[in-house]
Design a protein around this ligand. Structure first.
Ligand code: SF4
Ligand code: SF4
Ligand code: SF4
Length: 177
């Protein structure tokens, strides 16, 4: 069984927003709703400090706080580690929004609280997900974290990629910074 994850190379990201727009289109989101937002973070130590634009989306946490607090079990984790929302079960209580440390849950106009789904459709993730396929600089890599020969594992090793925020929730998104 695969265990899916993504690498985002912020050194290649030019902040063009193409991933965000592609995600909105594939997920049928209105222009005021998005599963990707951008955070300006600082790296380095004085005087070599610089700001970087970091795309942030659902981390598909291994220990997902949003799933633990969901009273209807609308939020769940698939066997391949992808955190999804069963829209029919979501009552719009927003507990998941409060529990998510990354602020990536979005209440849609339907009332359902959604987020990045790794472009999940009919039991499979996107091949590739829309944000990966559209990225003009190849800043995003998607694949199987359990396959030692996968492109994503090779990229994680090559760049020493790490999850954000000390990996408190066992994130499956790795960043090159
Ligand atoms: Fe849930 Fe937030 Fe983790 Fe995504 S990043 S699995 S929404 S807690
Ligand atoms: Fe679960 Fe929906 Fe409530 Fe989120 S808003 S905790 S997905 S029922
Ligand atoms: Fe959006 Fe799909 Fe990329 Fe997730 S994987 S951010 S749902 S385009």
């Amino acid at each position: 069984m695969a265990r899916y994850g993504m690498l985002i190379n912020t050194k290649k990201c030019v902040g063009c927003y193409a991933c965000r727009v592609a995600c909105q289109m594939i997920n049928g989101l209105d222009s005021d709703k998005a599963f990707i937002h951008y955070e300006e973070l600082e790296t380095g130590t004085y005087p070599s400090v610089y700001a970087e634009n970091v795309p942030v989306q659902c981390m598909h946490c291994e220990n997902a706080p949003c799933a633990s607090v969901c009273p209807t079990h609308a939020t769940y984790t698939t066997d391949s580690g992808v955190v999804l929302v069963e829209e029919e079960k979501c009552i719009g209580c927003k507990y998941c929004m409060a529990a998510c440390p990354y602020g990536v849950r979005v209440q849609l106009h339907s009332g359902v609280v959604e987020k990045c789904r790794f472009c999940w459709y009919e039991g499979e993730p996107g091949n590739p997900p829309a944000c990966v396929g559209t990225c003009i600089t190849g800043a995003r890599v998607f694949g199987d974290l359990d396959d030692p020969n996968s492109e994503i594992n090779q990229a994680i090793a090559r760049y020493h990629a790490q999850p954000l925020a000390d990996n408190l929730t066992a994130s499956k998104i790795y960043y090159v910074r």
